[in-house]
Structure formats: structure tokens, C-alpha cells
Design a protein around this ligand. Structure first.
Ligand code: NDP
Ligand code: 8X3
Length: 250
């Protein structure tokens, strides 16, 4: 039986990915801070789901989680680095330093350190797949994207650089870059619980659903071992690029 470790398993994409991977026959370790949510998922999914308390911004929590996995002699075949968040949509000049620090700690430092702890055993086994959850915000700038988008640009480049370091091994790395997705807590967190703003964002838009991302993870994991899917960018049909902004009479 293959083992997957999914970070950010208590909501949104992470929860959908856990459900899908268990259905595909994986043993899944799901990490997040909210244990009540993970325990509910454990009740739903049964013995092939293991809830693991994890705060990727807390080095002690991260070390404890990785130790628990090693002590249980679980070799991770698939790591899904999904835990992440955006905080605020203000322009840089009006944003909060605290929000910036938390996004960097979660989306960059947390993701890099989890990878750093899991990778050596994958290399030793000469097998394994890392799927990072990036974002279209790592490629396309938009007002208010500032540090969030930059953190996802880190995920994009980190994924490519990992591939360079892993040359000569069979360990694979993919970056999934989704666009607008509804049905997760992402915008509730980003907009600080302003449900009117959340509803306005998704109004009359047929956005990506968490199950679409779970399907994508599953498809990547099913590819033959001689293939590496470097990146996948996904948008809802309803989302597309806009023209560059021009300000007149500046
Ligand atoms: P959700 O808010 O629904 O889920 C985020 C998950 O990350 C939760 O399980 C949360 O768990 C976990 N998390 C947050 N901070 C930490 C932390 N410090 N330690 C451990 N876990 C943490 O959002 P989504 O499912 O939408 O987002 C998942 C990923 O997808 C993120 O990386 C996001 O940037 C990315 N993404 C989302 C898009 C969208 O439109 N929804 C589009 C593109 C990318 P807990 O709070 O219990 O710790
Ligand atoms: C989330 C997608 O477009 O809201 O990463 O930044 S977007």
C-alpha cells in the first residue's frame, strides 16, 4: 500500500485530495492545525486516514510530525505540499507586515522545510513524488497579489530547482497552479471572514472545485514512473487574462 502525506488536510483542496487518495487505495497522513476537523475526516475515511497535528510555521510541530511518521515506519511515496494561505487583498502600500510574515512562513518556509525533511528518504528509496500546490498568482500579477503571488512564484521556482537537484534519481516533482476555486476556506481566510465579499467574489462564476484539484493530483500520481509532469496550470473557463493596465494623464 502506498503512503501519501498531505499538508493542509483539514479543509478545501487538502480534504478533497485525502478523500480521493484514500478511495484510490492510499494510506493517507493528513496534517493541519485543526485536529477536530482532521478527526472528523478520520471518522469518515476510516483506518487508512491518519490525522496528524501540524503547524508548518512552527519548527517544533513540524519536527514532531515528521518524527511521528518515521516512528510509525511509514515511508512517504507521495508528498502533497498543499497547506497555504493568502491574507488580505490590500495593495502593498496598505498591507500589514504581520500578514506578509505569516504568508511567507506558511507558503514558503513551511513548504520548504517539510520538503527538506521528507526528501532524503525519497532519494534513499530512489522513488517518490512531490506535488506542490502553487497558484496562477505565482505567474500573473494582480492588484493585491503582492506577497501571496510572490510566495507562489517561490513554489514554482522551488519545484523546478528541486528537479534540477534530483537529476539522476527517480524522485518526481510537480507544481499545480490553480486559478479561482470555490468551495474552500481560502477566500474566507483571505477576506478575514467577510462573507459578503466572499459571496461577491464567486457570484455567478463557475469556478474550479476542490474535487477538480483532487482529480489532477490523482492523475499526476497515476502517470508512469518515467514521466515527470513539471507543472499544470488550471483556470476555470470563466477566468482569463485581462489587458495590461494603462493610467492616463498621470
Ligand atoms: P483552505 O483555507 O480551504 O485550506 C487551507 C489548508 O491549509 C487548511 O487545511 C489549513 O488547515 C491549512 N493550513 C494553513 N496554515 C497552516 C499551517 N500553518 N500549518 C498547517 N496547515 C495549515 O484553502 P484551499 O484549500 O483553497 O488552499 C489550499 C492551497 O491551495 C493553498 O496553498 C492555496 O494557496 C492554494 N490555492 C488555492 C486556490 C483557491 O482559489 N482556493 C487557488 C490556487 C491555489 P488549518 O487551518 O487546520 O491548519
Ligand atoms: C488563488 C488564486 O487567483 O485568487 O491562489 O490568486 S487567485
Amino acid at each position: 500500500m502506498k503512503t501519501a502525506f498531505v499538508t493542509g488536510a483539514s479543509a478545501g483542496f487538502g480534504q478533497a485530495i485525502c478523500r480521493r487518495l484514500v478511495a484510490e487505495g492510499y494510506r493517507v497522513i493528513g496534517g493541519a492545525r485543526r485536529m477536530d476537523k482532521l478527526q472528523r475526516l478520520e471518522q469518515e475515511l476510516g483506518e487508512n486516514f491518519i490525522a496528524l497535528e501540524l503547524d508548518v510555521t512552527d519548527k517544533a510541530s513540524l519536527e514532531r510530525a515528521v518524527e511521528q511518521i518515521h516512528e510509525a515506519s511509514l515511508a512517504i511515496d507521495l508528498l502533497v505540499n498543499n497547506a497555504g494561505l493568502a491574507l488580505g487583498i490590500e495593495r502593498a502600500q496598505h498591507s500589514s507586515a504581520q500578514n506578509w510574515e505569516r504568508m511567507i512562513a506558511t507558503n514558503i518556509t513551511g513548504l520548504a522545510l517539510i520538503t527538506q525533511r521528507v526528501l532524503p528518504r525519497m532519494v534513499e528509496a530512489n522513488s517518490g513524488l512531490i506535488i506542490n500546490i502553487g497558484s496562477i498568482a505565482g505567474t500573473y500579477p494582480y492588484p493585491g497579489g503582492n506577497v501571496y503571488g510572490a510566495s507562489k512564484a517561490f513554489v514554482k521556482q522551488f519545484s523546478l530547482n528541486l528537479r534540477a537537484d534530483l537529476a539522476g534519481t527517480r524522485v518526481r516533482v510537480t507544481n499545480i497552479e490553480p486559478g479561482l476555486c470555490s468551495g474552500t476556506d481560502f477566500s474566507v481566510v483571505r477576506l478575514n471572514g467577510d462573507m459578503e465579499a466572499v459571496q461577491a467574489l464567486y457570484k455567478d462564476v463557475d469556478a474550479i472545485r476542490p474535487e477538480d484539484i483532487a482529480n489532477t493530483v490523482c492523475w499526476i500520481a497515476q502517470q508512469p514512473e518515467h514521466l515527470n509532469i513539471n507543472s499544470i496550470e488550471i483556470m476555470p473557463v470563466a477566468q482569463s487574462s485581462a489587458a495590461l493596465n494603462v493610467v492616463r494623464n498621470l
